[in-house]
Design a protein around this ligand. Structure first.
Ligand code: NDP
Length: 484
């Protein structure tokens, strides 16, 4: 038999017992001096960090991104140069459910990638849909509240969800995806990932482009029907987590083909859709997707809490060659993601092994709770002590002109901007007859929950009629709304 190590306290001191607390006689009271017992209880009380307010339930794995095509005319980012291979962590998740909730719930799925590049971490924090429910971060917390739990009963409430959606017509495109079978993927391996936002790329000469990322599953799209997804909730609530771990452990490494859509910088102003509106796609016919590489997952984490629960993705982590766009949702996320990590994990979350860049860090930021490493002296800039100096040349190309009044307003409409056109195309031109039948059934099922009021059902029918009359009529029939 192999020799077993001695149990220790967290300080490495040999533990006195795995079984017995220190007491006054075998039947007597316990002693405050039993530091080992107290440390065990105190640490247990602190085992959880605050749950993510969104994307709480998830799983992930490590892998690599390989670039196979030359896109140096669009970006100088090292990780996107032909032949580059970059280690990464990918975390999948549902959005609205809590940590223990079922993986097969109807929900968008997070598709968050942390790329450990030679120029620091590049985080691409996307979803399995190319769009989102809203286009201004002012509405984000309200939207999430409407999808989570009521204040009085602590129950989720479909009436509240439809109330928000029907009062927010910009949600129509994403709700169409959500209610289709893509709202219930069969596994994380069988869905696409999208960067969703538009980002800025600039090349070594400073020429600028807008870019969208699409990670197409090499496993093929597979979805559950609404009934299959519901059944899986009780058969195996952790089905997606188990599926990913099992596949990788058995050597079946899932892969995604990375495609980009590239828009010349100047096209944005006159494009028929606002290219920064997160509720819109760029139709493939306008900007054809180009294959540029392959993302493969090949290694499971060894400790879920350390490597997945404490993983912290940040859309503001952009490396030279890549910048933000004026997408208002992206602008809001640039603040809110690092802010939530500081709250949830602590201000030094970037020092944890899973979040720590593989590139060297030379920052003048220092100290705070759980500091593990600081850059050392000098602790200020400018200095004459040989400390690090910024290189603005690396960021040449990131800048562009913006001017205007400071106001609160909707986006200026581009010629074909409206909330219903793109979901109408999805309904009329993309979905198969089976997809369409399932979409209607899923909507009717969701809006038939007992808490959905008769008035709300009328609004639900109107919402879908705005997208397409026949779609609304099918929903009206399913909900037995008068006049249908
Ligand atoms: P295309 O015919 O060129 O592309 C349609 C795309 O729709 C497909 O490439 C596929 O994207 C996606 N798709 C296929 N089946 C489904 C489904 N059951 N549910 C959701 N999406 C599906 O048309 P356009 O580019 O002009 O887009 C037409 C509509 O397709 C859009 O209004 C949008 O609703 C939807 N769509 C468009 C995407 C885009 O980036 N242009 C991406 C996804 C959907 P994929 O290969 O990414 O799965």
């Amino acid at each position: 038999m192999t020799e077993r190590p001695t149990t220790t306290t967290n300080a490495g001191i040999p533990a006195p017992s795995d079984e017995f607390s220190q007491s006054v006689g075998p039947n007597g009271p316990l002693l405050l001096q039993d530091h080992y017992l107290i440390q065990k209880m105190a640490q247990f009380n602190r085992e959880r960090v605050p749950e993510r307010v969104v994307h709480a339930k998830g799983g992930g794995a490590y892998g690599v991104l390989q670039i196979t095509e030359d896109v140096s005319q669009f970006t100088k980012a090292g990780l996107f140069q032909k032949g580059a291979e970059t280690d990464l962590l990918l975390r999948f998740s549902t959005v609205a459910g809590e940590l223990g909730s079922a993986d097969s719930a109807r929900d968008p799925r997070g598709f968050a990638i942390k790329l450990y590049t030679g120029q620091g971490n590049y985080d691409l924090v996307g979803n399995n849909t190319p769009i989102f429910f809203i286009r201004d971060p002012q509405k984000f917390s309200d939207f999430i509240h409407s999808q989570k739990r009521r204040a009085d009963t602590h129950l989720r409430d479909n009436n509240m969800q439809w109330d928000f959606w029907t009062l927010s017509p910009e949600s129509a495109h994403q709700v169409t995806f959500l209610m289709s079978d893509r709202g219930t993927p069969a596994s994380w391996r069988h869905m696409n990932g999208y960067g969703s936002h538009t980002f800025l790329w600039y090349n070594a000469d400073g020429a600028k482009f807008w870019v969208k990322y699409h990670f197409k599953t090499d496993q093929g799209i597979k979805n559950f029907t609404g009934a299959e997804a519901d059944a899986m909730k009780s058969v195996d609530p952790d089905h997606h987590l188990r599926d990913l771990r099992t596949a990788i452990a058995s050597g079946d490494h899932p892969a995604w083909t990375l495609q980009i859509q590239i828009m010349p910088f100047e096209d944005a102003a006159e494009y028929r859709f606002n290219p920064f509106d997160l509720t819109k796609v760029w139709p493939h016919g306008d900007y054809p997707p180009i294959d540029i590489g392959k993302l493969t997952l090949n290694r499971n984490p060894e400790n879920y809490f350390a490597e997945i629960e404490q993983a912290a993705f940040d859309p503001a982590n952009l490396v030279p060659g890549i910048g933000a766009s004026p997408d208002k949702m992206l602008q809001g996320r640039l603040f809110s993601y690092p802010d939530t990590h500081r709250y949830r994990i602590g201000p030094n979350y970037l020092q944890l092994p899973v979040n720590r860049p593989k590139a060297p860090v030379h920052s003048y930021n220092k100290d705070g709770p759980m500091t593990y490493v600081n850059s050392g002296d000098p602790v200020y800039a400018p200095n004459s002590m040989g400390g690090p100096v910024a290189d603005p040349e690396l960021w040449k190309g990131e800048s562009y002109a913006v001017a205007g009044e400071i106001i609160r307003s909707a986006y200026v409409l581009h010629p074909e901007d409206d909330d219903y056109g793109q979901p109408r195309t999805l309904w009329e031109k993309v979905l198969s007859d089976t997809d369409r039948a399932h979409l209607v059934a899923n909507i009717v099922g969701h809006a038939s929950a007992p808490e959905v009021t008769a008035d709300m059902k009328v609004r639900v029918v109107e919402y879908w009629r705005n997208i397409a009359k026949d779609l609304g009529d099918h929903v009206a029939k399913g909900l037995a709304v008068n006049g249908s």
